[in-house]
Design a protein around this ligand. Structure first.
Ligand SMILES: NC(=O)c1ccc[n+]([C@@H]2O[C@H](COP(=O)([O-])OP(=O)(O)OC[C@H]3O[C@@H](n4cnc5c(N)ncnc54)[C@H](OP(=O)(O)O)[C@@H]3O)[C@@H](O)[C@H]2O)c1
Length: 257
């Protein structure tokens, strides 16, 4: 996810390569990434010294040893954006003290410029920092601000969401492929249909009930499909998927306390 963020910032010209530094603990991987992205890698200490804004993009379980290092290197005058699922604002405050922190939950669709990033500013993040975070993540798609209490659910909906959508699209495409349609064409049909439906809603069109009434003529094909969706309780089942991811995020915040 860190690489996606770097690439998106660079591609959108929000931040130039020369303004970015990154740190990876494995020197070989650092060199490979340097060559791939044209961004300079450096030690953690130098990165902290030279940066005013630091993106923390490790896995939640990998943050434990890093935060004391950040704290030791001196975070005074620095700002931190964390994309870690489960790592709460109070967790950062415990290690770093009154450092401006914003929790961001992006998703992999940022790579396609259609990301959804949820932002939760910490108590020391002033309006200028919040607006900077909105501007940076807006280069990758849309941003929404939510209080921290809703972050777990937001992770289930958006952070992990693309994976769930991929599974649904693959299932639809395989059904068509089983009937002889080329898998790539089937995936295109399914993906564009999801995208088109989502765009109608994002444009702020009619309420969903009205849209359903417009499409589903009595005794028609859509009505048949909707009836089956209700029988299968597909909406409620998808809610269970989102809830499982949200539960895991809540567990993670306990594990890394
Ligand atoms: N993947 C998603 O869709 C997504 C979406 C939203 C948010 N997130 C959040 O993004 C974070 C990263 O997820 P990911 O999927 O990108 O995981 P990932 O591919 O495993 O990336 C984690 C990166 O952190 C590096 N790292 C670990 N410890 C380090 C240390 N001490 N110093 C420097 N680098 C270190 C790892 O380097 P090595 O290769 O050396 O191990 C690796 O490059 C997670 O906290 C997750 O909650 C992910």
């Amino acid at each position: 996810m860190g690489q996606i963020i770097c690439r998106s910032l660079e591609r959108s010209k929000a931040v130039s390569r020369s303004q970015m530094l990154f740190h990876r603990r494995d020197p070989q991987k650092a060199r490979a990434a340097e060559q791939e992205f044209g961004i300079t890698s450096t030690s953690l200490e130098t990165l902290i010294e030279k940066s005013d804004l630091i993106f923390l993009c490790v896995r939640p379980s990998q943050a434990g040893p890093l935060l004391p290092q950040l704290s030791r290197s001196g975070m005074e005058g620095k700002k931190l954006i964390s994309i870690l699922a489960g790592a709460t604002l109070s967790y950062f405050e415990k290690f770093l003290g009154p450092v401006p922190v914003i929790r961001a939950m992006p998703n992999v669709a940022s790579e396609a410029g259609e990301g959804m990033t949820i932002l939760t500013p910490g108590p020391y993040a002033d309006e200028a920092f919040q607006s900077e975070a909105r501007r940076l993540f807006a280069c990758m798609g849309q941003t929404v601000e939510l209080p921290e209490e809703h972050m777990h659910l937001a992770i289930g909906i958006a952070g992990s969401g693309p994976a769930f959508v991929f599974v649904l699209l693959d299932a639809i495409a395989r059904l068509a492929a089983d009937s002889g349609v080329e898998y790539g064409k089937a995936l295109q049909m399914a993906s564009q249909t999801f995208l088109g439906a989502a765009k109608i809603l994002l444009k702020g069109g009619a309420p969903i009930e009205d849209l359903l009434r417009q499409i589903a003529v009595p005794n028609g094909t859509t009505e048949a499909g909707l009836k089956k969706m209700r029988e299968l309780e597909l909406g409620a089942r998808y809610q269970e998927v989102v809830k499982a991811a949200a539960r895991r995020s809540a567990e993670m915040s306990q594990e890394i306390k």
